[in-house]
Design a protein around this ligand. Structure first.
Ligand SMILES: *Cc1c(COP(=O)(O)O)cnc(C)c1O
Length: 373
């Protein structure tokens, strides 16, 4: 990978060794022969898709999954020989591009098959299809045996299409409550066995199911997303996960300005922070346009191995932190990650903004350089 130069101290550091470890440990945990599909949609959950995919493949993943046609084409440019699957719906006019680029598509409607067929007439390539069953997620997929059989027949009737996979997605694999999960398992098993022929790849498990559910649900492959990045799908999974995960992302910056305030001086838009006594304040070059959303006001950062809070409102490009003493400009600031004995996790950010860990790195914008170690 080319080493890019950035003129900005704010960086997301991605530990590719952690990504590799997270895949290697999963591989040991899985049944013999189960393939690992590395889910690198949304720029690898904000971690940088090309570098993450490379690391995951090195560690034993054999297929990449993305959400959209454009993400698949982008991956294909970098990985000419790897199997790539689009998990979401794609427009029928993408079919010839997918066939020529050997991109596997998720299909769940006979209408789509009829619409895509004319686009494939001028190609000699075959479109590989993974049929999606909606066993209870309520998102995309066929819901009944009749629909599934009709779809299978429609695909078989097309000379340029073949079924390579059948899959489903669980809505509650990361929860202790098993009722819907078991219902999904039985619907999936019933529907998939109504196919005339078992496809090459039957897959159902996301991270949570691969880590904590019955090993028979691993089928031919598992779709490994969040834990690839060293994050756990939920606190329930964290409480019983079979091996320790290694978070790959840390976020750091530096103090760009340090000043002393007197009692009565204020900080930021709306002057919401007012010094009650003389204090030291540092400015950080990161703001909501980087994905450090305003709801993170009050969040601690690490300086010199100690927690110090963000004060006032977070601006578009900057925010301010209350210092325990006058640190020098250029002092390293850890926003996510370890410093000394302290650790600020991505989960801590997620809890503060009342969301899940998945969402936090996804909203880091392209203005934050991703630097790989
Ligand atoms: C995103 C996604 C995954 C990965 O889920 P994780 O919980 O991150 O492992 C798997 N399958 C489908 C269909 C997805 O959309």
């Amino acid at each position: 990978m080319t080493v890019e130069q950035y003129f900005r101290p704010t960086k997301a550091i991605i530990d590719l060794g952690a990504i590799r470890q997270n895949v290697q440990q999963l591989k040991v945990h899985l049944n013999e022969g189960v393939k690992i599909i590395a889910v690198v949609k949304a720029n690898a959950y904000g971690h940088g898709d090309v570098a993450v995919a490379q690391a995951a493949l090195e560690a034993g993943a054999t297929m990449l999954a993305v959400a959209t046609a454009d993400e698949a084409l982008h991956m294909r440019k970098h990985f000419p020989h790897v199997e790539i699957l689009v998990l979401g719906a794609t427009p029928a006019y993408f079919a010839p591009y997918a066939a020529n680029e050997r991109i596997r598509l998720t299909v769940f409607s006979t209408d789509w098959v009829q619409q895509a067929a004319p686009y494939l007439e001028d190609t000699t390539a075959t479109l590989n299809i993974h049929v999606k069953i909606d066993s209870g997620m309520g998102r995309i997929g066929v819901r009944t045996e009749e629909e599934l059989k009709a779809l299978e027949a429609a695909i078989i009737a097309q000379p340029r299409m073949q079924i390579e996979g059948v899959f489903t997605h669980f809505a509650t694999a990361d929860e202790s409550q098993e009722e819907l999960f078991q219902q999904q398992v039985s619907i999936f098993s019933q529907l998939k066995s109504s196919l005339q022929e078992k496809p090459k790849y039957v897959h159902a498990s996301n991270t949570a199911a691969a880590l904590i559910k019955d090993a028979t649900l691993q089928f031919d492959a598992v779709r490994y997303g969040i834990s690839l990045y060293g994050l756990t799908p939920s606190s329930y999974v964290a409480s019983i996960e079979p091996f320790p995960l290694h978070p790959a992302l840390s976020l750091e910056t530096e103090l760009v300005h340090v000043k002393q305030l007197q009692a009565g001086d204020s900080v930021g838009y709306g002057a919401t922070f007012v010094a009650q006594e003389p204090c030291w304040v540092g400015t950080l070059p990161i703001g909501y346009a980087d994905g450090m959303i305003r709801k993170l006001a009050g969040q601690d950062v690490l300086i010199d191995g100690q927690r110090m809070p963000i004060i006032g409102r977070i601006c578009m490009d900057q925010c301010m932190v209350l210092l325990s003493k006058p640190y020098a400009v250029g002092e390293k600031v850890q926003l996510i990650g370890k410093q000394g004995n302290e650790h600020i996790t991505l989960d801590e950010w997620a809890a503060r903004v009342e969301t899940i860990n998945y969402e936090i790195p996804c909203i880091f914008t392209s203005r934050i350089p991703r630097v790989y170690r």
